[in-house]
Ligand binder design. Sequence first.
Ligand SMILES: [Zn+2]
Length: 246
Amino acid sequence: MKIGTNAGHAGESGAVANGYRESNLNVTMNNALIAAGKQRGHTMINATTGGGYPKDINDAVSICNSNKVDLAISNHFNAGRGTGVEVLYCTGSTAGANLAAKVSAAIAKAYGLTNRGAKPRSDLGFLNRTNATAILIEWGFVDAPNNADVPKIIANPQTGANAVFSAISGTSVPTPTPPTTQFKVRINTSVLNIRTGPGTNYGTNGSVKLNEVYTITQTSSGTGANSWGKLLSGAGWISLDFTVRV
Ligand SMILES: [Zn+2]
């Protein structure tokens, strides 16, 4: 999977409390996600440039969209004297809601935090304007009473990153359907051999006849023809030089 990740408030501070600066915490968690994703074979795109609001958000969106990521994740910490983790998603996105709920639960379990769950938002550029399914993780509160959240998280960022990926792998994130290459052809020669592979150097496996129509699922170069086509039936390949598209 190709995943774009972002450290929120790059180029500014974000929330500040208990000696923490949110933007620094966001970078820590973003780096942990990137490392955990690479370990699992994902292509990780760091959609963080800096420059402060709104440039950092505009940049994050355009990096995610131009890289055609399958999933976009922004890292934040909360403020407001609450406690626990919550994960925001774009209002109306079913895939976002499902993933946000799983990610929030997984992080809460991993760190022993309160699970505040999935929260829909319609006013956040990162969620609204990314083409992929997008979530924004509020890992914990910088100003939690008794400093209950942040120390647990930053003592082991990798624990949280692993929790995010366990949630992702247990969730079907919709991926674009690959464009179909199937097409139909009509045979325009009296008899045409079916070959077991794309070329006259392969053995024959029956034949097709004038004006019959077949579905081709794959094309290939090969000996003896400009182009070969694989029959949907699985019988083999025919020379497309003796066919017309229908
Ligand atoms: Zn924030």
